[in-house]
Design a protein. Structure first.
Length: 195
């Protein structure tokens, strides 16, 4: 059985009503404004084809526990990505990552600390760094963020919210990497993700 939140139900109903109006000829057409590249699109809108320019992440008590806004209006995402490693080739790695964005959701910087593999890592040191990164932000508000996908290379690994071209069913994805521990798909402003 699928567990539908009230927000998702409303979104589905509104989407179905809008689609019915367009098909029935009663709705307004979608203008062709030439928005085909990210930098040509208004903030928060996706270019033709579904590629996201911004994604929303709602605050929760799980992977999005420490997201929100700093006192100066920047947006932040504090998280613990991980590299699961490969069969015997390497042991992977555990990380603490703080991603910072401006008020409009544009990526500013990443502060990433490595703690070795799960078997080797010093859990107390990782927790202390996580707490330090959170404390260094100063006064924060934990709430919804709307940020652009991004990628940075550190420790020979790609970190960020990585956009994946459509698969065979035409679905675009954005995943939190490394570890693929959060996966977002349209609608990009929903704020929810799969794990």
């Amino acid at each position: 059985m699928v567990n539908w939140s009230p927000g998702r139900i409303v979104l589905v109903v509104v989407t179905l009503l809008a689609a019915g109006a367009l098909v029935g000829g009663c709705g307004l057409g979608v203008p062709d404004d030439g928005c085909t590249k990210r930098d040509e699109c208004p903030a928060g809108e996706a270019p033709a084809g579904g590629r996201p320019t911004r994604i929303a992440i709602d605050h929760n008590e799980f992977e999005a526990k420490h997201i929100g806004h700093t006192a100066d209006g920047r947006q932040f995402f504090l998280t613990t990505p991980f590299d699961p490693g490969t069969d015997g080739a390497d042991d992977g790695g555990e990380f603490v990552a703080l991603y910072l964005f401006d008020r409009d959701g544009r990526f500013l910087e990443a502060k990433i600390d490595a703690f070795g593999s799960r078997e080797q890592m010093d859990s107390a040191a990782a927790e202390a760094m996580y707490d330090t990164r959170l404390k260094d932000l100063g006064k924060v508000t934990f709430d919804r963020i709307e940020i652009e996908p991004f990628a940075v290379e550190r420790f020979g690994t790609t970190f960020g919210l990585i956009v994946h071209e459509p698969d065979e069913d035409g679905t675009w994805w954005v995943t939190a990497e490394p570890g693929d521990y959060m996966a977002f798909s349209e609608p990009w402003d929903l704020g929810e993700y799969d794990t």
